[in-house]
Design a protein around this ligand. Structure first.
Ligand code: ZN
Length: 230
């Protein structure tokens, strides 16, 4: 093989190695933490938080209603006691009791709505728990296949790495240096119909002649990549 062809073969092995590393990393992170499970866990935590906040609001609402109920009773007792004889005072007290009762009825309504919300929140927690269980069992059933994939990719990676090292060793030092000096990625570009296939700029006729001979390294005048005839 000509130097540029050797470099292209080496580059392909490097690319293959990177793809394998990416796949391995993806599967390893999936095995460490399945995003579906993590998402379902977060959803359950949120549903529980909402449930808990409604429980606290209900407790608070019960306490307030108890206080108000006591106040109404004591005012009613006062009203019935016959101690108050002044008609204006009686009327005022009567109005106060009516007002307190109206408020109390509104509070009861609000409490009922809150209890309905609480039932919905309980249901949401049940559903979120079920979804989490589903996600966990799906994740567990996917795991053996993922581990098998991981092992086979790790084995392939070892082979590709060894092949890459062997390919690099076959490349003449001048060509190695040319490859290492290219600052763009990937460093080697194929040429078809007299064009660099990465940047699509036409290669000069002298460049094409040199490429056909294949003895020396020819670089794209536009992007600087090492050229090789496709
Ligand atoms: Zn180019």
């Amino acid at each position: 093989m000509k130097p540029a062809q050797l470099l292209l073969a080496y580059q392909r092995l490097v690319e293959k190695e990177r793809e394998l590393r990416d796949e391995i990393e993806r599967v390893e992170s999936l095995l460490a933490s399945d995003p579906d499970v993590a998402h379902a866990e977060a959803a359950l935590a949120e549903a529980r938080e909402r449930q808990q906040s409604i429980v606290l609001r209900l407790r608070e609402s019960d306490r307030e209603r108890e206080t108000h109920r006591t106040r109404i009773r004591s005012r009613e007792k006062e009203l019935m006691s016959g101690r108050i004889r002044n008609p204006t005072e009686l009327m005022q007290l009567n109005q106060e009791v009516d007002h307190l009762k109206a408020n109390f009825a509104e509070e009861e309504e609000a409490e009922l709505r809150l209890m309905e919300e609480g039932e919905l929140a309980d249901q949401a927690v049940v559903e979120a728990s079920e979804r989490l269980q589903d996600a966990r069992s799906r994740s567990a059933s996917d795991e053996p296949a993922l581990r098998r994939d991981l092992e086979s990719w790790q084995a392939e990676l070892a082979t590709v790495k060894a092949d890459g090292e062997a390919a690099w060793a076959q490349i003449a030092p001048a060509a190695q240096n040319a490859y290492l000096r290219v600052r763009v990625h990937p460093p080697v570009a194929e040429v078809a119909r007299n064009q660099c296939l990465v940047c699509h700029v036409t290669v000069t006729s002298s460049g094409m002649q040199a490429l056909r001979k294949g003895e020396e390294i020819v670089q794209c005048e536009n992007c600087g990549r090492i050229l090789v005839i496709a």
